[in-house]
Structures are given as structure tokens and as C-alpha cells.
Design a protein around this ligand. Sequence first.
Ligand code: ADP
Ligand code: ZN
Length: 607
Amino acid sequence: MMENVLKQYFGYSAFRPKQREIIQHLLDGKDALVLMPTGGGKSMCYQLPALMMNGVTVVVSPLLSLMKDQVESLQANGIAARAINSAVSETENMLVRRECAQGMIKLLYVSPERLLVELPFLQENVEISLFAIDEAHCISAWGHDFRPEYAQLGILRETFPNVPIVALTATADKVTRTDILEQLHIPNARMFVSSFDRPNLNLDVKRGMNTKERNQAILQFMLRHQHDCGIIYCMSRKTTESVAAYLRSHQFTTAVYHAGLTVEEREKAQNDFVCDRVQIVCATIAFGMGINKSNVRFVIHYNLPKSIENFYQEIGRAGRDGLRSDTLLFYNVSDIIQLNRFALDSGQREINMERLRRMQEYAESNVCRRRILLNYFGQPYLCECGHCDVCQHPPQRFDGTILIQKALSAIVRGNSELTLRMVVDVLCGSYSAEVRQKNLHAIKTFGVGRDVPRRDWNDYLLQMLQMGFVEIQYDRYNYLRITDAGLDVLYGRQTATLAIPQREEEPHPRRRKTAKELQRKLDLALPETDSAQIMDEALFGDLRDLRKRLAQEQNLPPYIVFSDNVLRTLSARKPCNLDEFGETPGIGDYKCKKYGAVFLEVIRKYR
Ligand code: ADP
Ligand code: ZN
């Protein structure tokens, strides 16, 4: 029964883990808290019950763009969904209210502040089947997205004692979980925690790179993503601008997104990205919560995020369609210094420092990255994933005692008044302004590390920080200080190893890929189930064009018409008739009827 509805409306033949249990629980009229990673398929957990129950399911969502996206995708599947919010005219809101009262609507999306206004009306006139509180962590001051409007949702339970409530979030933090249940007055809600693993995301970390090296690494990375859309997260507005300009100068279409832009500018950037008119968005963390675009193929962190929660949510925006996607994290010591300052100045100093420490440990670790992430989210994961940088290029270590001693001795001779950069200057014998000003070229260690490239010294010093041989004096101009463990190495009482830094190849100038290379890339990107089928690249291109045209005609983002995954499957299977077309995962009855003929026509012509 449930499976039939899933197939009929969404075109999927099986539930993802936990979805079935959650849906059954809600159909039984009970409350639930659902924790799933971004892209895990949370919305299905209330959309399906909404279709199966009498009355209207009310979905509380914090952002207009999220609501718009969800309503559009539901309508695209022939489902009666509407939104009431400030972006909609009052006449239209009236109409929606009437349709609700007449039972013509299955899902109603509202913002939390709007819901409070509508409550008397809903209570009087509408049969409500279920309340779904999306992005439920916004209710908790512990969460990273606290929204005061959410705080009043506690009255739902009192007002509608018999309507089940489901809260959904991708934030796994234990404090936040408990807080959500308390604030919503649903202490007995059952908690469903699905696996946080997103096996289709590749994880890669590059440490100690300066701006130029990072930019080059991004160009190198983009060779694998010449036609793909992705997001680059940066710590500051200024960086978003400079990275975007750099990529533009290499013929990529880019947009920037940060809090310094006007609302209109931000909306334009977001729409251009969602509708595939812009390939790369360089953004601060302000970007993304409202983005449900399923074909984001990569997420790059130009700077270290401030917590693993933030990091995981941000990379989660890649590959919602389940196709393989790449993530890349850069970090260097200036990020650490900067983020430490933010954490120290923040209201919740201890918590934020601890969050940052865990993020740093992740970035510096030599253990399978997925293993760290999943253990962090409380999911024991004991194997190696095989598709993170540590698994793919296990770090090789060598006896680094002498190199470490050289660096430590530079710090001692500089009276512990050197920043990391100054230590590297001294070791490499660079006459920088700071070196001259502090007369550092006179000390004995000046230039003793000339045989090691600067870039490697940066890396070794980060490793020394991580191993606890030196620490940063945040309260003293970020000068480095030697720890007791460091002194043991300096005086030869201990030896220590270093990992060989991973080197980048020089990026090649941008050129169009040959058909063969593209084919290889696309084969790689195919999800497991379809990798046996050879996708037809030319047909895929034709179908993509058709999708874009249909999307434009309806003023919809292309991925709402069909996901990349659907187009890939179509171009591999080349269905001959409507029945075969409708068998494609992701094509429900409505879309089959609506689009079947035009797509079959293109496929037939292609043959
Ligand atoms: P979340 O809200 O958890 O970030 P979504 O609800 O947007 O994730 O779901 C992510 C993607 O997974 C969507 O494209 C959705 O259509 C798809 N999806 C959800 N459930 C299933 C399923 N049972 N089978 C296949 N795809 C699914
Ligand atoms: Zn791994």
C-alpha cells in the first residue's frame, strides 16, 4: 500500500532506510523526531503520510525559498501543495485558506510566524492530519540556526492535542535533540536516527596551502567538473569576491552570495544557480539552507568551518540525487587563528572552542575521514571507507626529528616571539619585512631549512601543532610557544615522525574534454545500480536541453522537471514506450503522462 503510493506519486520503488518505519509511526498518530543527514530523504517522511491521511498536513519551514522549492516539486508530481506566506498576495492567501477548508489541499507550507497568525482559522475550519516541523533545530538556542519565531511552536500540542507532530532536522547534536522535544512539548516522541553516512560524497582535505596554491588546486579539481554545478564556501565576503573573480578569469560562470548583498542580489544569485545559469557560487555560510537543488556535484570549503555540524551540513548539499559528488576542504593556520578568535569572543565560549577543536582534529587526522565523521555523530563505523583522501593516499611517514628540531630551535632563538609565518621565514632564510624589523636574520637558525620548500614547512608546522609540540599563543599576537613535549624532541629525548605532504600536480590549462574522458567521468558518476549500463553522452545532452526548455516554459528549476539521475537512466535504458518510460526510478504517474511523449520523441529520433 505505502509502496504503491511511493511509486505512483514519486516513481520510487523502495524506501530508504528508516522511512517506512517513520511513516508507519506517523500514520499510527504518534509523534516523532527524525534525524537524517541533508539529502537523506526527510521530506518523504511527512509527504507520504500527508497523501495517505485525511485532511491537510501543515509543514512549518523557516525559509521562503525552501517552501517554494518543496511546493514546486510536489506540484510537479501532481500533488496539491500550497504555501501561505508573506511573498504571496493576500488574495491568493485567501484562496489557499478556502481550498484548505474545502479539503482540496494535501500539504500546506507556512512560516512559523505565519502559522501563529493562522492558528485560529485552522482550528476552526480545517482538518489537520499532521504537523511537520522542518529544520527543527531552529527551535533550540543550542543549535546553530536559532530562530526566535520557532520558539512559540510549543503551543501546537496544546491547541491540537490529537494531531501528531513530526520534527525533522539534520543536526545530530544531543543537547539540541532534547531541547527540540522539550520546546515542542512532545517529550515522548520517538526518536528515529538514520545513518549519517552519505556514501556518494568523496571527502578530501588539503592543508597548509596559501591563496595561490588553493586557487590552483581548485582549477585542478574543476578539470573533473567542467560542466558541473557546485558551491565554494569562504569565511569572508572578500574571499567570496576574489575566488569568484579568479574563476571567472578562467571562463567559469560564477556568482557571489553573502550577507553584504541586497535581498534582490542574493535572490538573483540563488536563482541563477538553481536554474543552472551559473555554475559556481562562492558564498559565506549564509548560503544554502534554502537550496534543495539536487544536482550540486561538488562543495569546496575554501576555509575551515567552525564545527563539524556546519561542515557536514554544508557538504551535504552536494549529491542529493545520490550520484557521486566531490567535497574538498582547505585549511591553514590563519583559519585556526581566526576561528579561535571568533569562538573566544562568542557567547558560548567553551562549547564553541570545543566544536572548533573537533573540526580541527578532523582536518588534521590521518584516520579515514568518514570514520571520524560517523563516530562523531555517534555511529560506530569501524571500517575504512575507501573514498576519502586518507584511504586513497595513506600518509607516508618518515623520521622528522631533525626537521622538527630546526623549527623548534628557531622558535627558541626568536624568544617565542615568532608567528608561524615568521618561523617559516627564518627557516627558509627569507628577508621579509618582519624578519628585518625583528632582526631575525641575525639568529643562528636563519636559513637552516632552505632545502625544504616553504609549502612543506607550513605543513610540517601544522603537524607539529597537531602533535602538540608547539601551541599558538592566541593572547600574545599568535606567537608560537614550545610545549613540554616539544622540549623533549628539541633536546633529543624523543624522536618524532612527520607525514610526507601530499603534492599537487600543476593544473593544465582549461580545455574541452574529449568524448572518451567525459564518458569515463560519467561512468564514474553513475550510481551503483546503473553503473553496468553505458550511458549515452550525446543523448544525455539532448535530454538535458529538453529538460531546460520545459523548465523555462514553466518557470521552474530544471532539476524539478527531472533529476540528473532520471536523465542518466533514460539515456542508458532508452525506453521505447510509456510503460518503459514510467518504470524509470523517479518518474511517477503524473510526470509520466505529462512528459512521456516529448521525451520518448527525442529518444526515438536519437535512435
Ligand atoms: P532532505 O530533506 O533530507 O535533505 P530530501 O527530502 O530533499 O532530503 O530528499 C533528497 C532526495 O532523495 C530527493 O531528491 C528525493 O526525491 C530523494 N528520495 C527521497 N526518498 C527516496 C526514496 N525512497 N527513493 C529514492 N529517492 C528518494
Ligand atoms: Zn576513508
